[in-house]
Design a protein around this ligand. Structure first.
Ligand code: ASN
Ligand code: ZN
Ligand code: CA
Length: 332
């Protein structure tokens, strides 16, 4: 027989958290019976297949250190649950496909692998353990980022190259960040930085910055003709910057202890409308306006149309969308 249980995860990043698990006879496993049976598997350094479903005689997972194989599994299982809850409770979407069916996670991929990825073919996400200074890739914003690639594939289908590829990447950063804020976990507060807990460069800096994307040395703050020719993780910059400006406005601001300073390419100020409204606008544009070939100009048109539908064409929200796109050199 099987029963849905609440176990305890001692995670690498989020302290001690509840995990929804399944009891099967005398053992427990990382199958989230409350969220479409989302499962978490151990690849144990392999690079193919599913490995083995995490299971054991008790419902306690990990010890809070990366040395224990269950700790990163607890992070991944928790991040998937938070992402599920975020989309369900904030956007009314149950599961990546909206059909109530869970995906699955695979942790401990390969040796010293410093990345994570979503795959449409397995409908699953995969996490490396990091290497040297780089910690396991199982932080909440990374989990939300990767699962959101599944959502994008199953909605707009933004092609993963050119400007649409940048918008695809930005969508994952936007909702990865949104999930991190949604978690509001005392050990892992929200920020507009991506992958700040991985320490991928070994100097404590994040992978990406949404307030001023160029701080990473490669991403672009604003649109220019030709941006479609650079890596999608850099052409995402203007859309990440747009989302930050729309949420928080331009200039200097400190949130949860992190100070941001967001410039505008037109030198005009942007007044933010708050992250909650910005999330609604981006989600509705992604799911009802964007297509596989949406570029920056079309993203502007789509988000303006949505702002009009949600708040009216004479609203402060509509004007903020106009101003935030102008601030990243899209439209006028
Ligand atoms: N972690 C990367 C990402 O999700 C993997 C990739 O380059 N697709 O964007
Ligand atoms: Zn990505
Ligand atoms: Ca973050």
């Amino acid at each position: 027989w099987e029963a849905i249980e609440t176990g305890t995860g001692h995670t690498v990043y989020s302290g001690t958290v509840p995990l929804t698990t399944t009891q099967s006879g005398s053992s427990y496993n990382l199958t989230d019976g409350a969220r479409g049976n989302h499962r978490t598997y151990n690849l144990n350094r392999g690079t193919s297949g599913t490995g083995t479903l995490f299971s054991g005689p008790d419902d306690v997972w990990g010890d809070g250190t990366a040395a224990n194989a269950e700790s990163a599994a607890a992070d991944a299982h928790y991040g998937a649950a938070l992402t599920w809850d975020y989309y369900k409770n904030v956007h009314g979407r149950t599961g990546i496909r909206g059909d109530g069916v869970g995906a699955y996670s695979r942790v401990h991929y390969g040796n010293n692998y410093v990345n994570a990825f979503w795959s449409d073919s397995c409908f699953c996400m995969t996490y490396g353990d990091g290497s040297g200074n780089a910690n396991p890739l199982t932080a909440i914003d990374v989990a939300g980022h990767e699962m959101t690639h599944g959502l994008t594939s199953n909605t707009a289908g933004l092609n993963y190259s050119g400007e649409s590829g940048g918008l695809n990447e930005a969508t994952s950063d936007i909702f990865g960040t949104s999930v991190e804020f949604y978690a509001a976990n005392s050990s892992d507060v929200g920020d507009y930085l991506i992958g700040e807990e991985i320490n991928i460069r070994g100097d404590g800096t994040p992978l990406r910055y949404m307030d001023k994307p160029s701080k990473d040395g490669s991403s672009k703050d604003s649109w220019y003709s030709g941006i479609g020719s650079i890596d999608v993780h850099y052409s995402s910059g203007p859309a990440n910057h747009f989302f930050y400006l729309l949420s928080e406005g331009s200039g200097t601001k400190t949130i949860n202890g992190v100070t941001y300073n967001s410039p505008t390419s037109d030198g005009l100020p942007v007044t933010g409308i708050g992250r909650a409204k910005a999330e609604q606008i981006w989600f509705k544009a992604l799911t009802t306006k964007f297509t596989s070939t949406t570029n920056y100009a079309a993203a502007r048109t789509g988000t303006l149309a949505v702002a009009g539908e949600l708040y009216g064409a004479t609203s402060a929200e509509y004007k903020a969308v106009q101003d935030a796109w102008a601030a990243v050199n899209v439209g006028t």
